[in-house]
Design a protein around this ligand. Structure first.
Ligand SMILES: [Zn+2]
Length: 337
């Protein structure tokens, strides 16, 4: 019986050392230590032995059993640590060379901000979840004003609003910095829109504002033309149409000559040859007053460029939904080489 146990020990050692996967090891474990294993048979048959033999063989059998148990345990550790290493350090796997890319809106926003910085504008940001006061009242849009209907948006239970434009940053900047000031604020805005190829509930604008002594409409046109020239790398024809916005007086719609058809008329510009780019105008005296700036001393202009539309024009993207989709194949086109 002693020999049997010795042989068992040897066989188990060589078998276990030779396996390299978990399943074979578990099979061996069952062979050498399971209910029907030889070692268990030895232990069962001990009842026929003398007390002396029982002592001796029992001790040996227990030693062999725990020896095999240890072997299995060590082998199991070895196998699982190899598996672990493979997962973390497998240097045979191809190295990922994927570098992310900026969204076309971010690219355009950065470009506009750079142009404005060169003209002495500071770039500021404001909260996307805004106080009702800054989104509406401070911009001369009191409760029940019809302009509020055009800016249906999302409200929180506490009465805050997902800002409908970047204009609240104007009001905040007047309060914080006073006049004179040149500021621009790019950011995300929200409206309660049904989504289709031309409409999104989430879009981007960049707000710009200049307040100083003797600021005029020609300053506004100069700044706008300069931005467009830098972004589209050529002179862009613009025109101003009267437009009503409660926070400017006079207010305008700034149109640019359609870049797709060059002004001849196409579906994108609805055959007019012109595209609305941004509302703008001279800041309403009431808005200045609410921002603690004296309208008799200072004047200013403000504009809100639709960055989403600008990116669509620049990259000829015909479906606005692409821009918020996170679609990798779409974004890959804008990868920095
Ligand atoms: Zn056109």
């Amino acid at each position: 019986m002693k020999e049997k146990l010795e042989l068992l020990k040897q066989n188990a050692t060589s078998d276990i050392n030779n396996v390299s996967d978990e399943q074979s090891l578990l099979r061996l474990k069952s062979t050498y230590l399971g209910k029907d294993s030889q070692i268990m048979q030895v232990m069962k048959s001990m009842k026929d032995l003398t007390i002396e033999e029982k002592k001796e063989i029992g001790k040996l059998a227990n030693e062999v059993k725990s020896f095999i148990e240890n072997l299995v345990k060590e082998k199991m550790n070895e196998i699982s640590s190899k598996k672990e290493n493979k997962r973390i350090f497998d240097n045979t796997l191809p190295v990922g060379d994927e570098i992310g890319s900026l969204s076309p809106i971010t690219i355009v926003a950065n470009e506009v901000a750079e142009v404005l910085k060169k003209m002495g504008f500071m770039i500021v940001s404001g909260p996307e979840m805004e106080k009702e006061y800054y989104n509406f009242e401070a911009l001369n849009i009191p409760k029940n004003h019809p302009a509020r209907d055009m800016q249906d948006t999302y409200w929180t239970n506490l009465g805050d609003v997902l800002r409908t434009h970047t204009s609240p940053v104007q009001a905040r900047s007047m309060e914080t910095y006073g006049a004179p000031i040149r500021m621009a604020a790019p950011g995300r805005c929200f409206r309660n829109e049904d989504i289709d190829a031309c409409h999104e509930n989430t879009f981007f604008q960049i707000e710009g504002m200049v307040i100083d002594k003797e600021v005029s409409i020609s300053n506004l046109i100069y700044v706008m033309k300069n931005i467009l020239k830098e972004i589209y790398k050529k002179d862009i024809e613009v025109r101003l149409r009267p437009g009503f916005f409660p926070f400017v007086e006079p207010g305008f719609e700034l149109d640019i000559k359609c870049l797709i058809c060059g002004g001849k008329g196409c579906p994108t510009c609805k055959n007019s040859g012109w595209l609305e780019l941004c509302p703008c105008g001279m800041i309403h005296p009431e808005v200045l007053r609410m921002g603690n700036i004296n309208p008799d001393e200072y004047s200013g202009f403000a504009f809100g460029i639709g960055l989403t539309r600008m990116a669509m024009m620049k990259y000829k993207i015909n479906d606005i939904r692409m821009l918020n989709s996170g679609e990798i194949r779409h974004l890959k086109q804008f990868k920095v080489k």
